[in-house]
Design a protein around this ligand. Structure first.
Ligand code: HEM
Length: 409
């Protein structure tokens, strides 16, 4: 599979077709690489494809998969997802985070403006702003000191969630665990995360809540309220580990309406560089047929959204960055168009779409409004290295260094 499995799977599917059944050790894995196959899995048969496989690394790091993204399909998942969607990720709630987003994107612009070096690492500037927005709305405080360290741990968590160890699929290779160092990293990260989240929860518990306006509550406040309501009411209890697991998946993720070109640029960026190229693995819970092939219950499912978004049968000049293509079509990434699903679709589709795209578009709008950008040392745009790094989420491998100059008009 190599470091970039979406690329290896794409070349395999070019030879063997858009629906392949692979065997990772003993585990059957169905790989979908066409929009028809993706529609079949995420829409027509969504219910029986809505579970997640139990994988040992997420289980250890995410409190036995008590987070929304890795929890198996069922009542527990339905309950915590609805808390996230209703209280944290709805359009109304995202609008209430708007002030934080405005302030942090303006602060990013000011930092860039006052930088004396002239050459800016844009990748890190945007990542740091996104981390600050997410820290503020989730934890109620900004990155700094201990939290900076926390962002390093989160980066390591993200990397570990993307590791697919051989011993996961081939049990007799489990002796390798003693030598590959993965277990040690998992234990270190799990401990550091737990200590940090414990302290955040404790701080929120002892903090006096003044006449708090509902909109000022952060994610942890809301989850603690949910915990209290469940203790007093008839619902089943929500313990601290559940709260920690839910916070983690939120953090890890990290008058625009009229700006059509800007929206087209967002779509084109997500088409060419979806942060989760293979989405999040699913698991089939019932025997079925997909595009005429029999698939047995328990099969894992990967959807190569990256390959579908570059399929030459669906896209003209698919490798070219050409935002204008979206000015002439209504295709978007909200889960209804299976040629573009960077956020997945159906029951397990990403509930953070509005949150993510609002921050992204606001940051982009402020950057292009305030600055002109050039690549340093006369490098041409076609020469820019856009290689990807490995992990659960895909990042640009090398920093994006740019020379900025303030716009005068
Ligand atoms: C550009 C940014 C983002 C991308 C590309 C993205 C993409 C995805 C994808 C592909 C999935 C799996 C979908 C599927 O299986 O069909 C997912 C799930 C999820 N995402 Fe996002 N996401 C982003 C940002 C966010 C943000 C900011 C949040 C929260 C604040 C978030 C919260 C979640 C959650 C909770 C799930 C699990 C849903 C479930 O399994 O029920 N995401 N995301």
């Amino acid at each position: 599979m190599g470091q970039l499995p979406h690329r290896s799977i794409q070349s395999l599917s070019r030879r063997h077709g858009p629906l392949m059944l692979l065997h990772f050790g003993k585990v059957p894995v169905l790989v979908a690489s066409s929009s028809e196959a993706a529609r079949e899995i995420m829409k027509n048969q969504d219910l029986i494809f809505a579970s997640r496989p139990k994988m040992s690394i997420p289980a250890r790091l995410l409190y036995n998969c008590r987070d929304v993204a890795f929890a198996p399909y069922g009542e527990y998942w339905r309950r915590i997802r609805s808390v996230c969607v209703l209280h944290l990720l709805s359009s109304k709630r995202v609008q209430s985070f708007r002030r934080v987003m405005e302030e942090e994107t303006s602060l990013m612009v000011e930092k860039i403006r006052s930088s004396s070096t002239g050459v800016i690492n844009l990748r890190d500037a945007v990542a740091s702003m996104t981390n600050d927005v997410i820290s503020l709305v989730s934890l109620g405080k900004k990155s700094g000191g201990g939290e900076r360290n926390f962002h390093r741990i989160i980066a390591e968590l993200e990397e570990l969630l993307g590791v697919v160890p051989l011993w996961e699929y081939i049990p007799w290779l489990s002796w390798m665990r003693r030598f590959d160092g993965v277990d040690g990293r998992i234990e270190r990260v799990a401990k550091a995360l737990d200590q940090f989240l414990e302290s955040v929860i404790e701080e929120h518990r002892v903090r006096e809540r003044s006449e708090c306006d509902g909109d000022e509550l952060d994610f942890v406040d809301i989850l603690l309220d949910f915990q209290r309501e469940n203790e007093n009411g008839s619902g089943s209890s929500v313990d601290d580990d559940t709260i920690k697991a839910i916070i983690l998946i939120k953090i890890e993720e990290r008058d625009l309406e009229k700006m059509l070109y800007l929206k087209a640029v967002t779509k084109e960026s997500l088409r060419l560089h979806p942060p989760l190229p293979l989405l999040v693995p699913r698991e089939l819970t019932q025997d079925t047929k997909v595009l005429g092939y029999d698939i047995v219950s328990g099969t894992r499912v990967l959807i190569n959204a990256w390959a579908i978004a570059r399929d030459s049968l669906l896209w003209e000049k698919p490798e070219q960055f050409y935002p204008e293509r979206f000015l002439e079509t209504n295709i978007d990434y909200k889960g209804l168009h299976f040629e573009l699903t960077p956020f997945g679709s159906g029951r397990r589709g990403c509930p953070g779409v509005t949150f993510a795209t609002t921050v992204y578009e606001l940051a982009l709008a402020k950057l292009v409004y305030n600055f002109d950008f050039e690549l340093p040392n006369g490098v041409k745009i076609e020469e820019l290295d856009v290689s990807e790094s490995s992990g659960l989420t895909m990042h640009k491998k090398f920093p994006l260094l740019v020379v900025v100059s303030p716009r005068t008009c």
